[in-house]
Design a protein around this ligand. Sequence first.
Ligand code: GLN
Length: 249
Amino acid sequence: MCRHLAYLGSPVPLERFLLGLPHALAVQAWAPRDMRGGGTVNADGFGAGWFPPGATVPVRYRSAMPIWSDAALPALAAATTSGALLAAIRSATVGMPVVETAAAPFTDGHWLFSHNGVVKGWPGSLAGLAGELPIEDLLTLDAPTDSAALFALVRARLRAGWPAAKAVTTVLAEVTAAAPGSRLNLLLTDGTQIVASTLGHSLHVLAGPDAVLVASEPLDDDPAWQPVPDGHLLVATPGALDLTPLGAA
Ligand code: GLN
């Protein structure tokens, strides 16, 4: 399954997380360590969304190619510095298309979103929930995938003014009820906070006084990486980390 990460802190080159660190996304793409039965490699595309210093709307770069095969990426990632970003590599679920627009992050305004997992029984199991969305939202899905549909559900709640954590926990509860057994590791940021869930897949956090990094797998062997237990909601800003069991979130 996919691997994703989000970072908030002082500006650093994207290269660090995508390519530079010992277990950066470019390594996790072909040698992930903790896929929990959800695939083998993450070679069906990648993407990164980042806030340039001072910007409130992110820039996004996505591709349907494996992250290691993009010849432009090393120079681009080395020259691009940001203190707020979300990046992902994709292992397409069987039956879902391998196209650029199915790669995370999905965006809306200042939001960046990624999903690691699968909605069991998709698309039928999500039909009821999707049917509650405005038709225009369904006509503007990025791709015919479970992840894009999940983003539409989260996006509708964010547009209605819900706090990010509530938008995520509500979608988790409703999708789990409609599609039991789904794996739903969601990751959402607006550049000021990170909201993430663990439901079926791995997640780790490296939290310091001035920065926070959340990733499916630790990016290096820093002993300060903490695993996030399954069934939790993580809400983090630089210097503040909150983990809550999902039932209580
Ligand atoms: N089901 C999603 C997709 O196909 C996410 C896959 C994943 O986590 N590997 O894009």
